[in-house]
Ligand binder design. Structure first.
Ligand code: SAH
Ligand code: SF4
Length: 390
């Protein structure tokens, strides 16, 4: 049924729902509201919710818990599932897959699948062939999810920044990336160990409402425990403060990337808006769950932030923060026309050791899918990856 020729879903645009009668991304309450003229009892909405988020159907015709005539009436009124499509897949030698996923306007976003466990080293580093879900070569996996197309934050070392901000993603496009990848991998969160990191393209806290609406769908009907989700922010203080008030929320990671404001301002201009101290003060407002730690991410850039005196400054910062924290070190992943270099493995190890010997837990993040531009900071919709001279 339409209002002035348009599906009713347009009434939800302001809340971040995709236009065009798209249902995926809507909560139970929003589905009831949007389908109100069909006079559906509560259980019909629940059946639709299960089909969208549990079965992850691609078409209303597959909602077999609904009578055929209801599916047809809702379709005729201009509604559709609107699950995003994987339009291109790149497979790395390390088993990582990078997908280009089409948004509702044909713009693509990137999502990365990182399997762990047996057989993850297979692959041919080119466009992947047909997937055989019968051959499950992983025991757990992490999906790296995008929150925007491009990014406005302009960190100097990040390839995504080169795109600028193109647009926000809707809740359906954010949760839909996960649904599309789970379908492709025949993965079931209730059975398989799936972690999510909101560390793809974009700054989640600059698309806060849609990002959190997606989290509620993922943690609710999509059955991914919030404790297996991590969101990373460049330090958007108003977003961190809102996040502090959420009851269902991922774990928090802060992209620190520098030992002090002076270095950080050079590589992350957002520091001029919010200093490291202001970011840390905001994080202190987030009530942590038992055993939860905040992660500080730290991209090591040769000669810029990777010296031992920088490690000592990081130790002081972490101590002053006074909340349980750990540091994730990432050796910089290269990209064309990004004027930095990757530190040597020895320098990375020395930096890590310096933190550890002062009792700051420090872990080294293994780069995944560098050969296909899937690693941190490399997401720029690169369609034809060239061989990298790393
Ligand atoms: N915008 C958010 C989340 C996406 S970026 C944020 O910045 O936190 C995810 C992580 O990748 C961040 O910690 C960021 O600092 C890091 N990163 C960006 N570019 C990188 C690169 N070229 N090599 C390694 N890590 C990079
Ligand atoms: Fe945006 Fe994160 Fe890249 Fe900075 S590191 S430009 S915040 S995606």
């Amino acid at each position: 049924m339409t209002t002035g020729g348009k599906p009713r879903s347009t009434i939800l645009d302001a809340a971040g729902a995709a236009p065009g009668g798209v249902l995926v991304g809507l909560s139970n309450e929003e589905l009831s509201e949007i389908l109100v003229e069909f006079g559906l009892p509560k259980y019909r909405i629940e059946q639709l919710e299960a089909a969208l988020y549990h079965q992850k159907v691609a078409d209303l015709a597959e909602v077999t818990t609904w009578p055929k005539d209801l599916r047809e009436r809702v379709t005729a009124a201009g509604f559709r599932v609107g699950l995003p499509d994987i339009v291109e897949t790149f497979r790395s030698v390390d088993g990582t897959e990078r997908y280009l996923i089409a948004g509702s306007d044909g713009q693509t976003v990137e999502t990365v699948w990182m399997p762990e466990g047996d057989g993850g080293e297979e692959g041919d580093s080119s466009s992947a062939g047909p997937h055989d879900p019968g051959q499950k070569a992983w025991s757990r996996a992490t999906i790296c999810v995008s929150s925007q197309i491009g990014c406005a934050v302009n960190c100097q070392f990040c390839l995504t920044a080169k795109l600028g901000i193109i647009r926000n993603l809707t809740a359906g496009e954010i949760a839909g990336q996960v649904a599309a990848v789970l379908n492709r991998q025949a993965a079931e969160p209730g059975r398989d160990r799936i972690n999510l990191v909101f560390m793809g393209m974009g700054e989640p806290f600059l698309n806060y409402d849609a990002f959190m609406a997606a989290v509620r769908l993922l943690a609710g009907p999509m059955e991914i425990p919030e404790s297996r989700m991590t969101v990373s922010t460049s330090g958007i203080v108003p977003g961190i403060l809102r996040f502090a008030g959420e009851t269902v929320r991922p774990k928090l990671a802060i992209s620190l990337n520098a030992p002090n404001d002076a270095v950080r301002q050079d590589i992350m201009p957002v520091t001029r808006k919010w200093s490291i101290a202001e970011v840390i003060d905001a994080v202190r407002q987030v009530p942590l769950r038992p055993r939860e730690r905040v992660t500080f991410e730290y991209v090591l850039l040769a000669g810029i932030n990777d010296q031992l005196q920088h490690a000592d400054e990081v130790v002081k910062l972490v101590r002053r923060a006074k909340f349980p924290a750990k540091v994730n070190l990432i050796a910089w992943n290269p990209g064309p026309e990004v004027p930095f270099s990757t530190p040597s493995a020895e320098d990375v190890a020395r930096f890590q050791e310096r933190l550890r010997e002062q009792e700051v837990p420090a872990f080294l993040r293994r780069p995944r899918g560098r050969d296909i531009y899937a690693a941190c900071g490399q997401l720029k919709r690169t369609a034809k990856p060239e061989v990298l001279s790393v």
